[in-house]
Design a protein around this ligand. Sequence first.
Ligand SMILES: Cc1cc2nc3c(=O)[nH]c(=O)nc-3n(C[C@H](O)[C@H](O)[C@H](O)COP(=O)(O)OP(=O)(O)OC[C@H]3O[C@@H](n4cnc5c(N)ncnc54)[C@H](O)[C@@H]3O)c2cc1C
Length: 283
Amino acid sequence: MKASKFAYTRVLEVDEALAVLAKGGGTAKAMSGSQSLGPMLNLRLARPAQVVDVASIPSLRTVSRKAEWVEIGAAVTHAEIEDGAHQPLARHPMRQVACGIAYRAIRTRGTVGGSLAHADPAADWVVTLAAMGAHIRARSPRGERTIEVDALMLGAYTTVLESDELIVSISVPSETPTTHWGYHKVCRKPGEFAEASAAVWFDSSRKRTRIVLGAADGPPILLNALAAEIASKGAGAAGREQLRVAVSVALPERDAIDLKRFTACVERAIEQSGVLADLKQAE
Ligand SMILES: Cc1cc2nc3c(=O)[nH]c(=O)nc-3n(C[C@H](O)[C@H](O)[C@H](O)COP(=O)(O)OP(=O)(O)OC[C@H]3O[C@@H](n4cnc5c(N)ncnc54)[C@H](O)[C@@H]3O)c2cc1C
């Protein structure tokens, strides 16, 4: 099928993009890498009258360190992160996540901002950036606001963003020697969307502990009680049974096989993070 007719405008300034979106009054859509919007246009699941291409806006293509945060322009691609092309992310855990997204051809065009705005429950950034405690900056003609990534999604393919609002950047905590991090996704082939996933982020110096389930058909699910138990009680709170109970409470309608897959994701993400060895040492 071919896309229905739409007007296409490429812009080089955020203000220009906002003006086009505002003029569209809900019938205009931003385009970044077009790796999700393109198929949706061709399948006529999206029929905007106007598409505004933001992928070449210079201010959306930069990465900078700001105190303990790294601010990433919304149009930075998965491949740039994978390649360590931006120095502030050269040793960041985001590199490991990026190289597991789809295939290289998709990664060279797909962007972090586009992925978050698309809000596919099975996507990688939605769950991993929620685990890191990342936030986005969104701009509209009404001004700018900050949204926590874990509060961005309302449901599958739905976010709190208004139709005239543009994600301009994503801020992630910089990695420190005390950062313990892990991410595991279950998928049929490497590079596929996840069928179950979990990300963990423990940073004792900044007192941040997060365990998040992804690919659960909706927004990422934070296992706050489990994370707090592990942070306060140590490795003993992260036994397989404790993990299974936490996952069952979070996903009450899932069958035994699904629960096993999600539990395995949490267990492997924790294992990968190496936090248990540290916690045992501290006990
Ligand atoms: C075959 C295939 C396999 C894939 N596998 C995976 C995978 O394993 N894991 C994974 O995470 N992803 C996967 N993806 C998705 C890929 O990561 C896309 O890059 C991503 O979903 C969308 O990013 P994009 O830049 O291409 O956005 P686009 O397709 O350009 O836009 C997507 C949506 O976001 C909106 N949008 C774009 N930019 C902004 C912005 N700055 N502000 C507000 N709204 C914006 C658009 O209006 C549109 O609604 C796959 C895609 C394909 C085609």
